[in-house]
Each structure stands twice: as structure tokens, then as C-alpha cells.
Design a protein around this ligand. Structure first.
Ligand code: C2E
Ligand code: CA
Ligand code: CA
Ligand code: CA
Length: 278
């Protein structure tokens, strides 16, 4: 599996890891037969740093495992990707998020937007995603209700016609955000080439923000560049009032992070909607 005819000695922990993975993959397969009972979307506010208001949220999936409780995406998304199960799960994420966007557009703000994370595997195989625009129409929802978050790795892979696929989202009115910005290898020209609407500055840059620090210089540069290109900027991992202030002073449009709220179930999110983060 490591390639180049490499071999390694067997150790019991390897067998254990393989078994845990196989067990999770099996459980995941069962979960697919009852998507609504197995998975839940949690929501984290994306706060307008100038006004302290919330008209956007990111949907983050949780797996309600029958014996292990809530499992975080880091543990099962990679398995779902390897096994292609992400196609079905990702389609469920889109539909559930769209229905939630419809509700919050009615009850809270007419321009409410929900971001969903879309795996490269889903872009490679658009069988499900191709029906998304129709689903939005069925709900009477404009495309702007949904923002598709992708990662840089995808943009490097020119072979699969990523441009056309992202165009399909744009044509339906959806926005595209580039997640974990600054951690990958993409060059600035990708932002224009793929018509990216928003960048999300990775939390690793936000973590060490201090006045006159290198982190500050990098954030300021990313924000200035994105704005020159007509993009909006969301900072991830905002945990302290100081980080928020520095980002706001640098002109960052939106912030997301534990300072405002951890990701919470939809019911709990509603209390946040009416709160202003001053
Ligand atoms: P991401 O898209 O970069 O999401 C941000 C992650 O950072 C979330 O972890 C969130 O809970 C966490 N976070 C938010 N604010 C803070 C903060 O202030 N400090 C710190 N330290 N962390 C913060 P989560 O929910 O465990 O999700 C992990 C990753 O799993 C996501 O990273 C995303 O790549 C993936 N993921 C989540 N939901 C989905 C989904 O529906 N589909 C796919 N394909 N991937 C998903
Ligand atoms: Ca994301
Ligand atoms: Ca991210
Ligand atoms: Ca990069």
C-alpha cells in the first residue's frame, strides 16, 4: 500500500487500527439507510465583524453513532471519502442545510446563508450535486442561500474540469468559498480563474495574532489582496476579543470561532440569531 515494493514489519497496533476503521466503515454503511437519524448538522455563526450581526452560518456534520455517541467529522469523513459514501452523506448535508436555510430565511433574515463543506470526491463525481439547483427551486430558495466550501487541493487538479463544475454552482446562484486559505499550494491566480467568492483564512494564522506580529502581517496581506480581487474574507478560529479586534481593524469582513459560539444544534442556534455580538 505504501508503493514502491516497500514492506514493513507487522505490529499488533496496525491490526487494531485496521479493525477500528473497518468497523467504522461498516457502521457508516448502516447509517446510510437512515440518514436523518444517523447524522446531524451543527451550526456555527459567521459574524459580521463591523456590525456584530449574524446572517450566515457554517453547517458542520456530526454522526450520532449508536454506541459511541457523537462522532466528529475528522474521524469519519476520510472513511466516507475513501468508500464514496461521502456522495450520499454530502447530498443529505446539502438538502438538510437547504431546508434549514429556508426556515431561517423566513424566521430571521431574508438573505440568510448557510455554508456547507463539499469534499473533492463530490466534485469529482457530481451525480448528486447536479440536482442541487432543482432542489433549491423546489424549496423556492434562491441559490444565494447556499455557499459551497471547497479546499485548495481541488483547484490544483485541473484534470477533472473543476472550472465547469464550479460554474454550475455559480450559475445556480450559489457562492463558492475557499476553505483553510493559506495552508495549501494554490496560487493567487486560482482565485480569479475559479471565480472564488470568499476566502476563509485558516485558523493557524488567527491563533497567533498579536499587534505587529508576523501573523498580523500575513492576515493584513491576505485581506488586502482578497479585497482588491473583490472577494470577502472570513477569519476562522476567532477565540479571543483581541483577535476579533485585530481582524476587524485589518478590515476582515467576517469572523467565526469559539469567541462567538461553538457549533451547536439548529434549535440552540436560534438563540444566537437574535443576539448581537458587540
Ligand atoms: P472546517 O471546515 O475547517 O471547519 C472548522 C472546524 O474548526 C470545525 O471542526 C469547527 O468546530 C472548528 N472550530 C470552529 N471555531 C473554532 C475555534 O475558535 N477554535 C478551534 N480550535 N476550532 C474551531 P469540526 O466541526 O470538527 O469539523 C472538522 C472538519 O470536518 C471541517 O473543517 C471540515 O473540513 C470537515 N467537515 C465538517 N462537516 C463536513 C461535511 O458536512 N462534509 C464534509 N465533506 N466535510 C465536513
Ligand atoms: Ca469549512
Ligand atoms: Ca477551515
Ligand atoms: Ca495557499
Amino acid at each position: 500500500h505504501q508503493g514502491r515494493n516497500r514492506c514493513s514489519y507487522y505490529a499488533p497496533f496496525m491490526q487494531e487500527a485496521v479493525q477500528t476503521r473497518m468497523r467504522l466503515a461498516n457502521d457508516l454503511r448502516s447509517a446510510l439507510s437512515a440518514l436523518n437519524d444517523s447524522f446531524r448538522l451543527f451550526y456555527q455563526p459567521i459574524v459580521d465583524l463591523a456590525t456584530g450581526t449574524t446572517h450566515k452560518a457554517e453547517a458542520l456534520i456530526r454522526w450520532q453513532h449508536p454506541t459511541r455517541g457523537l462522532i466528529h467529522p475528522m474521524e469519519f469523513i476520510p472513511i466516507a471519502e475513501e468508500t464514496q459514501m461521502i456522495l450520499e452523506i454530502g447530498d443529505w448535508v446539502f438538502r438538510d442545510a437547504a431546508r434549514q436555510a429556508a426556515r431561517w430565511r423566513l424566521s430571521h433574515h431574508a438573505a440568510f446563508q448557510i455554508s456547507i463543506n463539499v469534499s473533492p470526491v463530490q466534485i469529482h463525481n457530481m451525480a448528486n450535486a447536479r440536482n442541487w439547483p432543482d432542489y433549491l427551486q423546489t424549496l423556492g430558495l434562491p441559490g444565494q442561500s447556499i455557499v459551497v466550501e471547497i479546499t485548495e487541493g481541488l483547484l490544483l487538479d485541473a484534470s477533472i474540469g473543476v472550472t465547469e463544475k464550479l460554474r454550475a454552482f455559480h450559475e445556480a446562484g450559489m457562492e463558492v468559498s475557499l476553505d483553510d486559505f493559506g495552508t495549501g499550494y494554490s496560487s493567487l491566480c486560482y482565485l480569479k480563474k475559479f471565480n472564488i467568492d470568499n476566502i476563509k483564512i485558516d485558523q493557524s494564522f488567527v491563533r497567533n495574532l498579536a499587534p505587529d506580529s508576523d501573523g498580523m502581517v500575513l492576515c493584513e496581506a491576505m485581506i488586502a489582496m482578497a479585497h482588491k480581487l473583490g472577494l470577502k474574507v472570513i477569519a476562522e478560529g476567532v477565540e479571543t476579543p483581541e483577535q476579533r479586534e485585530l481582524l476587524a481593524a485589518a478590515g476582515c469582513d467576517y469572523g467565526q470561532g469559539y469567541l462567538f459560539s461553538i457549533p451547536v444544534p439548529a434549535e440552540d442556534f436560534e438563540a444566537l440569531l437574535n443576539r448581537q455580538f458587540k
